[in-house]
Design a protein around this ligand. Structure first.
Ligand SMILES: Cc1ncc(COP(=O)(O)O)c(C=O)c1O
Length: 446
């Protein structure tokens, strides 16, 4: 059944302008508050895959509020359920009993079990970094060890442990870090050393995990953490052998395997609910946020009963985590995902988008690489195909021009030269054409 969208209109006579909001942001918010565009967009309303500015101009939100809108902005079924929950019972904490938290836990466990049938215990947080912090705490409690392996180019959040696990200097601006985190190279096929095939480089990178364990740690680790496909790192999509080989090394060193599914979860990569399922390894812990709440503050950790047992007798609590409204929203996201077959849609529309982008790659010298799965797509922009020199200024120009053509795109990568196309999972084939057309026009101009 088609989703019935209630159309609202922007009040064009109100006094909010982009200039006024920007001036107030500069005056009232931390100076680190950033925007990508030279003329930032003022959003006044949103509906499914679209957002509207103060003049009611329509944009395709092909970055989904940083990979967060999964089922669509203001999805009517979600809004109805969340509103009803807010009017009935809004908050209490887990000190009291309410069914919404166990209902959501049951639904989420059902969705992650195909990745590992032993994943059967949840904890809810408000964000991805909280979920990753907790994963690290549980890994330490369970293994009685304190050393972690993470990946270069990775991103795991902005709290101290999450920053320490993150493998990009631009996101590691606070000292001192949590010690004991060591970074192995990511299987970045496009930038592999000359002379190596993608398969050979995959093996080199996977075996570097073993080397880092051997040379930089005590030899036994608490855990290895990775995003199956990197988000902020620029959509680095490892080869098929990468995670199975890493898994062996991690298990040999007694570590847990943590899959950070904050961006790759909730069907975004197509075919599967979780990104790690494409590689067939069984994670001991999965962390989620962003798409699971469709814009509401909701994070989750799912682990095995054996690993969770290390938290027995410990006081651990989260004031907002698992509150009835967030649980209702999360449950609605999972219901809509299934009912509207959005994982299948991500695969179908994502496939069309990737094919269209590859055609642009053939025609334009600055399109170095097109990669990703489902609706998690990266386009690496370079000065020319031979040198592969990153072109961050061209990337910014392309984003501005795409915006002028009504398409919002994000960026990432260490050099800021990877366009990130990650729209809500409800986008259509026509939307894919719109993205390709907007980028084609933008590429012609640069
Ligand atoms: C892969 C990944 N992990 C963790 C986080 C942290 O999530 P949050 O911003 O909800 O703390 C993010 C995004 O910010 C992310 O992209």
């Amino acid at each position: 059944m088609a989703t019935v969208i209630k159309e609202t209109k922007v009040n064009k006579t109100d006094s909010w302008t982009p200039e006024k909001v920007l001036e107030m942001r500069k005056r009232l918010l931390l100076p680190s508050t950033m925007t990508y565009h030279s003329q930032p967009l003022l959003i006044r309303r949103a509906s499914m895959q679209y957002v509207y500015d103060e003049k009611d101009k329509k944009y395709l939100d092909a970055f989904a509020g940083v990979v967060t809108i999964s089922v669509g902005h203001c999805h009517p079924e979600l809004v109805k359920k969340a509103q009803a929950q807010m009017e009935t019972f809004d908050h209490s904490t887990t000190l009291y009993l309410y069914p919404q938290i166990v209902e959501m836990a049951e639904k989420l466990i059902e969705r992650v079990k195909p990745a590992n049938p032993a994943l059967e215990v949840c904890f809810f947080t408000n964000s991805g970094c909280e979920a990753n912090e907790l994963a690290a705490i549980i890994a330490k409690n369970h293994t009685k060890r304190h050393e972690f392996i993470a990946l270069r180019h990775s991103f795991h959040g902005r709290t101290l442990m999450a920053m320490a696990m993150t493998g990009q200097s631009i996101w590691r601006h606070s000292t001192p870090y949590v010690f004991g985190v060591y970074h192995a190279p990511a299987d970045y096929t496009y930038r592999r050393p000359e002379g190596l095939t993608p398969q050979q480089y995959t093996r080199v990178c996977a075996d570097e995990v073993e080397n880092v364990i051997k040379y930089s740690t005590s030899g036994q680790i608490a855990a290895y953490i990775a995003e199956p496909i990197s988000g902020f790192g620029g959509v680095i999509d490892p080869g098929p052998e990468y995670f199975p080989r890493v898994y062996e090394h991690v298990k040999k060193a007694g570590g847990l395997f943590i899959s950070d599914e904050v961006q790759t979860g909730v069907g975004r990569t197509g075919k599967h609910f979780l990104g790690i399922q494409h590689w067939g390894v069984k994670p001991d812990m999965v962390t989620m946020a962003k798409g699971i709440g469709n814009g509401y503050p909701l994070g989750a950790l799912v682990t095995t009963r054996e690993v969770a047992a290390s938290m027995e007798g410990k006081t651990h609590f989260n004031t907002f985590g698992g509150n009835p409204v967030a649980m209702t929203v999360g449950g609605a996201v999972l219901d809509i995902l299934k009912k509207e077959r959005l994982t299948e849609n991500a695969e179908k529309v994502g496939g069309k988008l990737i094919a269209g982008l590859r055609k642009l790659q053939e025609r334009y010298e600055c399109v170095g690489d097109v990669r990703g799965r489902g609706l998690m797509i990266g386009v690496e922009i370079v000065k020319d195909k031979k040198s592969k020199e990153p072109a961050p200024q061209t990337t910014l120009k392309l984003m501005d021009l795409a915006k002028d053509n009504g398409v919002l795109i994000g960026k990432g990568g260490m050099a800021g030269n990877v366009l990130r196309i990650k729209p809500p999972l409800c986008v259509t084939a026509e939307d894919a054409d719109w993205i390709i057309d907007a980028l084609d026009k933008a590429l012609k101009k640069v």
